[in-house]
Design a protein around this ligand. Structure first.
Ligand SMILES: [Zn+2]
Length: 380
């Protein structure tokens, strides 16, 4: 099987479950992609990432182009070999991080010029260069370079930005070398404006892509506006291609977006939270640093089968975080990624069974319950 191919096995309302086939392996959808920013999913060995159930990870073009550099990664055999992850990798275009991390940005029709946040070097990122970098990394799924106004900009700004984004999408397609098994995704922009989202989809469809991402959400608009935007956007996105919601989100965001037709997600939340002490459970979120866990011999989540939950107590994790021991971040990251992948697995099973609404109601009721009661006794 050398082609990139997507097929839907079952639908439940707008939700779909299926698989993306690539030469480096199958991606079961809906899928969650752990974020491997700088060639590593932080605090995790690649085989541990796989053990959580991840079929694909995301790499950040911006970080890798600055350090160690795309040409160096290519010389060392590509990103899969470099970081010892043999399964599929999706890379973003670098555009979002340029806007959020780099200094002294200058945006023109040609591209964006910026100063590296690492050494201050001046670098130009164009649609063509972004595609070239992603080819050098040997990314399985390449994203077009897009542009997105800062949240809160007026409609005129989104309208103008959309013209540029569509022109860049066309140039990205032109720069992408067609190879069997490799895919190029377009990105739907247009803020929370229905006519702009529709214009964006129509423009991208005319160019033609292997998948369609929804960008410009989870940037401060709130869950209600995000879901409303998906409600007005998703019915217009081609059904026969994967739908990817970029940078989302909480378990509840993911569940709601799946119910609106999204197939792929990425977010730093499970990994970043794992390093700061926040854990995700079937009874909502916990802060493992909190004193209520200091004498608690129970696992983070009794229903979780990850190494952190089968081998260690909340009390031990609380101690590790208090003592600033790196094992704390390693265990909690592993748990959080397992929790996210278990959620995706349960979602896929429920869609296949036609019971997603019941599953969603049950999951939300569990999150709303709040954490398990603190055991009675003498507390630190
Ligand atoms: Zn666990």
């Amino acid at each position: 099987m050398s082609e990139f191919r997507f097929h839907v096995q079952a639908s439940d309302g707008a939700a779909r479950t299926g698989a993306i086939h690539t030469p480096r392996g199958e991606i079961r959808t809906p899928a969650f992609m752990p974020v491997g920013t700088a060639g590593t999913v932080k605090a995790m060995l690649p085989q541990s990432v796989r053990e959580t159930g991840a079929d694909i990870i995301l790499g950040n073009t911006y970080h890798l182009m600055l350090r160690p550099g795309a040409e160096r990664v290519a010389r060392l055999g590509g990103l899969h070999k470099f970081m010892a992850w043999e399964r599929p990798i999706l890379t973003d275009s670098g555009g979002f991080q340029v806007m959020s991390l780099a200094k002294l940005r200058k945006l023109t029709d040609a591209g964006v010029t910026f100063q590296s946040h690492i050494d201050g070097a001046t670098i130009e990122l164009t649609p063509e260069r972004s595609i070239e970098i992603q080819r050098l990394l040997d990314s399985d799924i390449t994203m077009v370079l897009d542009e997105c106004p800062a949240y809160g900009a007026d409609k005129k700004a989104y309208d103008t930005s959309l013209d540029l984004t569509l022109a860049w999408a066309q140039r990205s397609k032109g720069a992408f070398s067609l190879r069997p098994g490799y895919a190029l995704f377009g990105i739907v922009q247009g803020g929370v404006f229905e006519d702009l989202r529709q214009r964006s989809i129509a423009g991208l469809q005319a160019i033609g892509f292997d998948g369609y991402a929804v960008g410009g959400l989870a940037v401060g608009e709130g869950q209600e506006a995000m879901f409303a935007t998906l409600d007005m956007t998703m019915p217009h996105v081609p059904d026969d291609k994967p739908h990817y919601l970029m940078g989302v989100g909480t378990p509840d965001d993911i569940l709601g977006a799946v119910q609106r037709g999204i197939d792929m997600f990425d977010c730093v939340m499970p990994t970043r939270s794992g390093r700061t002490g926040k854990g995700f459970t079937r009874r909502g979120e916990i802060n493992i640093r909190n004193a209520r866990h200091a004498l608690d011999p129970r696992p983070i989540d009794a229903l979780c089968t990850c190494d952190a939950c089968t081998g260690y107590s909340r009390a031990y994790l609380n101690h590790l975080f208090k003592a600033d021991e790196m094992l704390g971040a390693m265990l909690l990251t592993r748990h959080n990624l397992t929790y996210y992948q278990d959620l995706m697995k349960d979602i896929r099973t429920a869609i296949a069974a036609g019971t997603l609404a019941a599953f969603a109601a049950e999951a939300r009721a569990g999150w709303a319950l709040g954490d398990i009661e603190t055991p009675s006794g003498d507390w630190a």
